[in-house]
Design a protein around this ligand. Structure first.
Ligand code: SF4
Length: 344
C-alpha cells in the first residue's frame, strides 16, 4: 500500500532553543503557527487528492512537537483523532528533540495513537552537540530511544553530518551508534547554512567551515552504506527543498541539491564500477530499468568518467542485483565494498 505524509509544519512554536543551524521559519517557508482550524483544513485538502486506499499519516514536522504544552499537543491530537477514528488517516508521526521525551508526554502520545516519533539526534558527539548549541547529555538520547521503543511507537532518528566540530570519523561514529540503537528509519541531513542563523554568523567570521558538496557526498555514502547494510530504512538524504531553498533564497552555503540522495547513490555505483573497470578494462553492465539513472549518474557524470561503460537493460533482474562483465553482484556486496574503502 502506498504511504503518504500529510505534512503539518508547526514552525518554531514550542521550541525555546536556538540550535546554531536552525531557522525553522526559513526552512519551512512558513511564518505563522498552525491553528486547529488550519490543521483541519490542511488534512481535508490532502484527503481530497490522496488515494482512498493508501496509508496516510499526519506528520508534524518543523518545531519541537513535544516542547509545546501538553494541553496544546492534546488539542492538535484531538483534531487528528477524528480522522483516525473514521479510518481516513492511519497514523501520526512527529519530530522532536531527545530531551523533550518523558513519561507524561509519552502516555499522551500513546493514548492518541501516535505511530512514529522522529528524534533529532543530529550527533552522538558531545563536543559537536555543544558547538551546535544543543545542550543535552548523550544519555538522554539513549533514554528517549528506549522509552519510545518501550511504548511500542516506531522510532526514527535524524542525523546531521558536518555540524560544527564534526569530522568524517565523528559523523561515522554517530552512524555506528544509530545502528546500535536500531531505529525503524533514519533521515540524514548534511548541514547547510541557512540565512539568519548563528551558523551563518560563524561561517562569516570563519569559525565554521561548511561541508563542500564533495565532502558531504563522501560522508553520506559511507553513512548510508552502513545504515542500509544493517537493514535500517533511510527515508531521506538531504534537506527537503522548500520553494525558497530551491530558489537559493535561504540557503547561504553548503551541499544543497534537490536530488542529493541520487548524487550519493551515483558515487556509490561509480566507486564500485571503477574498481571493476581497472581490473577488467571494460564494463558491460546489465541492470533493471530502475537502476539505470543511478548507474549513469546525475548529468551522466558516471558515464563520462567510466569511458567503457555499456548498459543493457535486463528487467528480469531485481533492483538489488546487477551483472557486470558476466558476474552477478547484489546490493549488499556493493555496499560492503563501499564500507571496506572506509578502512583503507
Ligand atoms: S530544537 Fe529543533 S526547532 Fe528548536 S532550535 Fe533546535 S533544531 Fe530548531
Amino acid at each position: 500500500m502506498k504511504h503518504y505524509n500529510i505534512p503539518i509544519f508547526i514552525s518554531h512554536i514550542g521550541c525555546p532553543n536556538a540550535c546554531v543551524f536552525c531557522n525553522q521559519i526559513k526552512i519551512n517557508g512558513r511564518e505563522t503557527d498552525v491553528t486547529n482550524e488550519d490543521l483541519k483544513n490542511i488534512i481535508e485538502e490532502y484527503l481530497k487528492i490522496l488515494p482512498a486506499d493508501s496509508y496516510k499519516e499526519v506528520a508534524f514536522f518543523g518545531g519541537t512537537f513535544t516542547g509545546i504544552s501538553l494541553g496544546r499537543q492534546k488539542e492538535y491530537l484531538e483534531v487528528v483523532k477524528k480522522y483516525l477514528d473514521k479510518g481516513l488517516i492511519q497514523g501520526i508521526r512527529l519530530s522532536t528533540r531527545p530531551d523533550y521525551i518523558n513519561k507524561e508526554v509519552m502516555d499522551q502520545l500513546k493514548k492518541y495513537k501516535v505511530t512514529t516519533i522522529e528524534l533529532g539526534v543530529q550527533s552522538f558527539d558531545e563536543e559537536v552537540l555543544k558547538k551546535s548549541a544543543r545542550y543535552y547529555e548523550i544519555e538522554s538520547v539513549y533514554k528517549a530511544c528506549e522509552m519510545i521503543k518501550k511504548y511500542g511507537i516506531d522510532l526514527g532518528i535524524q542525523i546531521m553530518p558536518g555540524l560544527p566540530g564534526s569530522t568524517f570519523e565523528k559523523d561515522f561514529e554517530t552512524a555506528k551508534k544509530v545502528v546500535e540503537i536500531n531505529p525503524v528509519n533514519v533521515r540524514i541531513y548534511p548541514t547547510l547554512i541557512i540565512k539568519d542563523t548563528e551558523l551563518e554568523k560563524m561561517y562569516k567570521t570563519g569559525s565554521y567551515e561548511v561541508l563542500s558538496m564533495e565532502e558531504a557526498i563522501k560522508r553520506c555514502r559511507k553513512i548510508c552504506a552502513l545504515i542500509e547494510l544493517n537493514g535500517i530504512k533511510i527515508i531521506r538524504v538531504g534537506l527537503q527543498p522548500s520553494e525558497d531553498l530551491r530558489n537559493g533564497g535561504v540557503s547561504v552555503e553548503g551541499a544543497f541539491h534537490p536530488a542529493f540522495k541520487e548524487l550519493v547513490e551515483g558515487e556509490i555505483y561509480f566507486s564500485f564500477l571503477k574498481k571493476i573497470e581497472i581490473q577488467d578494462g571494460h564494463l558491460d553492465v546489465q541492470t533493471c530499468e530502475k537502476n539505470v539513472s543511478k548507474i549513469i549518474g546525475i548529468n551522466k557524470r558516471n558515464k563520462k568518467r567510466l569511458k567503457g561503460l555499456k548498459i543493457k537493460i535486463n528487467n528480469s533482474l531485481s533492483v538489488d542485483k546487477v551483472i557486470v562483465n558476466g558476474v552477478e553482484y547484489n546490493r549488499n556486496k556493493i555496499l560492503q565494498q563501499e564500507l571496506s574503502e572506509c578502512d583503507e
